[in-house]
Every structure is written in structure tokens, then in C-alpha cells.
Design a protein around this ligand. Structure first.
Ligand code: DC
Length: 233
């Protein structure tokens, strides 16, 4: 086992609501790695825009946002109870507030902006400098860590993704409809895939995982075999 002691960088990309974060968290827990949710960073930047009048009638006021970009400080705090990193925006824990449907509705336009992406990618690369990390997002295997040791690109049938996200939202007590969630997922997929900078796309060396009909347990067994192979090489 040549690589048994070496730590990997694992990149998980894919469509909205495919269960990327559940999957990435489990892999990180199994390997004793850190897990970073890169989408949380774009969500935090979006929350900042919403709370600082940088979005007007659905449009991001780009020049105003760029003038304030250096005031947006995003980081993570390790919660010992949950054993997870929580998102911090300008010294405030925003982990819950970034998960609302209104943030989801504005996050794709904010994450299209080149300067926003450059800032996030710099933070993300810094978080991965010691390896031993699982990061999920849209451009992790293509842009953030093009040399990642393992890249997985996740997809699932849109109706299945909508139902999963709907069930999760209802469980959290959010007041949302199935249609609203479906619209949000399809719109985000379209914007994320169609944007000019760092679009959502499968890296040429990524492994495709369609988990429409896989249980969480089955997908974990699948990935652990792949990881063991990498560590044994
Ligand atoms: O992973 P998520 O659904 O919480 O991400 C929210 C949005 O952030 C997603 O619609 C697109 C954007 N995003 C991105 O552009 N690049 C990433 N690496 C992660 C997320």
C-alpha cells in the first residue's frame, strides 16, 4: 500500500441537489479528512449582497458589489458537536441563513461574477493546501483542484432531485412548494452550466456517478472501493 499514508484531495462536482454534500461529508468522515462545502461560500456572498442592497429587482448591482468585495470575509468554524465546518460571514455564523430558498434564488447570478469566483477559489485552494480534504461544488475538479487525486461528477434524474430537496425542506419546516423547488433546481442547472466562467462541467478525468437509483450506502461502498484502489497504487 504505497499511498496508504498519503492524504488525498477529493473533488465532488455535479448538478444541484444530487446529494453531493451528504456524500462528500460521509467520505470525509470515513477517511478523517476535512469537508468543505464550496457552495456555502457562494451562498454567503449572496447573503451579503441581499443584506447590503446589492441586489435590486432581481439584478445584482455588479459595480457596487465589486467596490465592496474586500469587505466580504468568508471562512469556516469547526463545530465540535456536529464535527462539521460552519460558514462564517464577517464574524457571524450564517450556516442556517444561507440555506433559504431566497438565497438559492440569487446564488447563481452572484456566482457568475468573475471577481467573486476568483476570491472564492483563492480561499478554497488555501483550505486544500495540506490535502486530506473533500470539497464539493461545481468547478472543484476543473478549476479549483485540477490535480485532485479523485474527481467524481454527480448527476441524478431532476424529478428525483426535486423530491429529495422538497422532502428535506419540509423536514426543516420551510414553507416551499414542489414547483418552486423544481424551478430553482432547473434554473440553477441552466445558469451553472451556461455561464462563461468556470461553468459546471465534468472534468475529462472525472468518474461519472448517477445516483438516481442508488442508496447512500451503495454509493459509499462504490466510492470506498475506488479510494482503496487509489491508496493501494
Ligand atoms: O452546492 P450548492 O447548491 O449549495 O451551491 C449553490 C450555488 O453556488 C450553485 O447553484 C452554484 C454556485 N456554486 C458555484 O458556482 N461553484 C461552486 N464551486 C459551488 C457552488
Amino acid at each position: 500500500m504505497k499511498n496508504a499514508n498519503s492524504k488525498l484531495i477529493i473533488a465532488i462536482d455535479g448538478y444541484s441537489s444530487c446529494g453531493k454534500s451528504t456524500f462528500a461529508k460521509q467520505i470525509a468522515k470515513t477517511l478523517g479528512y476535512i469537508y468543505i462545502d464550496s457552495g456555502a461560500m457562494y451562498r454567503a456572498a449572496t447573503l451579503y449582497c441581499m443584506e447590503n442592497s446589492l441586489i435590486n429587482e432581481g439584478e445584482v448591482l455588479i459595480s457596487k458589489l465589486l467596490a465592496k468585495l474586500n469587505k466580504i470575509k468568508i471562512g469556516f468554524h469547526f463545530n465540535r458537536d456536529s464535527q462539521l465546518f460552519e460558514t462564517i460571514l464577517n464574524d457571524e455564523n450564517v450556516e442556517e441563513r444561507i440555506r433559504t430558498v431566497s438565497v438559492s434564488n440569487f446564488v447563481s447570478p452572484v456566482s457568475k461574477i468573475k471577481e467573486v469566483r476568483e476570491k472564492m477559489v483563492e480561499i478554497q485552494r488555501n483550505l486544500g493546501k495540506n490535502k486530506g480534504i473533500v470539497m464539493d461544488g461545481r468547478d472543484i475538479g476543473t478549476i479549483v483542484f485540477p490535480n485532485a487525486d479523485l474527481k467524481i461528477f454527480m448527476t441524478a434524474n431532476p424529478a428525483i432531485r426535486t423530491q429529495r430537496r422538497y422532502d428535506e425542506s419540509i423536514e426543516k419546516g420551510q414553507d416551499v412548494s414542489y414547483r418552486e423547488i423544481e424551478n430553482n433546481i432547473l434554473t440553477r442547472d441552466r445558469i451553472d452550466e451556461g455561464r462563461e466562467i468556470s461553468p459546471l462541467k465534468m472534468a475529462h478525468d472525472a468518474i461519472l456517478l448517477d445516483n438516481s437509483h442508488l442508496s447512500v450506502k451503495e454509493q459509499m461502498e462504490w466510492v470506498m472501493k475506488i479510494i482503496e484502489d487509489i491508496l493501494e497504487k
